[in-house]
Design a protein around this ligand. Structure first.
Ligand code: 13P
Ligand code: 13P
Ligand code: MG
Ligand code: MG
Length: 384
């Protein structure tokens, strides 16, 4: 049986207004471009989170396929042309290359792709976040696939009892490592607790699971715009695809981590810490302080390659408390103004406009001698 591939490919091609939302005419242009090239697609759906558009594509070409990526690039280009006509903010923001060259990775857009053998019923969730970075998925993904307090299926479903395997990317050093839960949980947490550097790229079932251990069950986009552009042009608002049920976490287990609005990097100017708020699609526009960071969850059944959906999974009063908590946390953090830890630590601001301010001060610094500053040589007794 041929496999099906779900490709979720995202880009910010212009904000309406500022960095808050997408414009319906841009979305229509993107959809019409996909319709024109639908011959190699089994199904498609266009969704948005804040100022980012996500193309959810199903096809038989496998991951990293040049034609699929070119089709996505072409759709974003068509959207950019409309964004330029409308004078939208940052038109073409995530299209960092003049031309397409083989794969959208490295050119600005983000991609999360899964190739798998379709089951008789195959539920998936496409998550899309705005005003944050790929590592923002670390905490929820760990909870879904590694934490029995979130996912009782790890304890009571024999198929999941062996746990899952996590593919972790070190996005600074361009290297990866595979760690398995439950036995490597502590090492895994040592890495992914630093989400600006270590990110969960994929999750696989382990031997004993009724799903094929060679077929990943979750994938996250990990592209870093700053690595491509060499300067801050926007945060790398990520997208993720998660398969569910029947030997995998149930839909409710996949959504459960979002009842806790965890802290993520991003928000205003990509330079602040803020709570991740789960929202229905109609509330995905970011406003307050260009945020707070938020996440939508689009549920689909993949049926004979088609996408049946989306079901707007955070459109539920069960997430009201998380939204209220996120707003309270936002109030608390905002009171800090430009102070850390609301503002990101200096290392993480390296690629923003802050270094220019620091440079402007460089002539004004005065060296202090030891009579007024901290003595250069310590008088403390050496430790024996
Ligand atoms: P399955 O393992 O059959 O997907 O059922 C689990 C479930 O849905 C419990 O909520
Ligand atoms: P985006 O990354 O969503 O474009 O936002 C950029 C920004 O600077 C918001 O304040
Ligand atoms: Mg933007
Ligand atoms: Mg964005």
């Amino acid at each position: 049986m041929t496999t099906i591939t779900v490709s979720a490919i995202k880009a910010d091609v212009g904000g309406y207004v500022g960095h808050s939302d997408t414009h319906p005419r841009v979305r229509e242009a993107v959809e019409s471009s996909l319709t024109d090239h639908a011959d190699i697609l089994e199904g498609f759906h266009v969704t948005s989170a804040g100022d980012d558009l996500q193309l959810v594509l199903t096809h038989r070409q496998g991951i990293d396929d040049e034609r699929i990526h070119e089709l996505a690039w072409g759709a974003f280009e068509r959207g950019t042309a409309v964004a330029e006509d409308l004078g939208l903010y940052g038109a073409g923001q995530d299209l960092l290359s003049e031309a397409f060259s083989g794969n959208v990775r490295g050119l600005g857009p983000g991609a999360a792709e899964l190739e798998f053998t379709e089951r008789p019923s195959d539920p998936i969730v496409v998550f899309a976040m705005d005003k944050t970075e790929p590592g923002a998925f670390n905490l929820p993904m760990y909870k879904v696939f590694g934490d029995p307090f979130n996912t009782p299926g790890l304890v009571i479903d024999p198929s999941m009892n062996e746990g899952f395997s996590f593919e972790i990317w070190d996005i600074e050093e361009n290297r990866k490592v595979f760690l398995e839960t439950p036995e490597d949980a502590h090492e895994l947490l040592a890495l992914i607790g630093a989400p600006s550097r270590y990110v969960i790229k994929r999750v696989y079932p382990r031997e004993g699971n009724k799903n094929d251990p060679a077929e990943p069950v979750a994938s996250v986009s990990t592209e870093k715009l700053v690595d491509v552009a060499g300067e801050y042009v926007g945060k790398d608002d990520p997208v993720a695809v998660v398969r569910s049920q029947s030997g995998l976490p149930a839909i409710g287990e996949v959504l459960e981590p979002f009842t806790f609005p965890h802290m993520v990097s991003g928000w205003m100017r990509g330079s602040h810490v803020g709570p991740m708020m789960p929202v229905p699609m109609e509330y995905s526009q970011t406003s307050r302080f260009d945020g707070p960071p938020r996440c939508i969850a689009a549920g689909f059944q993949v049926t004979n390659g088609n996408l049946v959906g989306p079901n707007d999974l955070f459109d539920d009063v069960a997430f009201d408390r998380a939204r209220k908590q996120a707003n309270e946390q936002a109030d608390y953090l905002r009171e800090h103004g430009p102070f850390e830890p609301h503002r990101l630590p200096l290392e993480e601001l390296e690629y923003t406009t802050l270094p220019e301010i620091m440079d402007a001060l460089s002539e004004d610094w005065q060296r202090m001698d030891s009579s007024e500053g901290v003595p250069e040589e310590t008088t403390a007794k050496p430790v024996e």
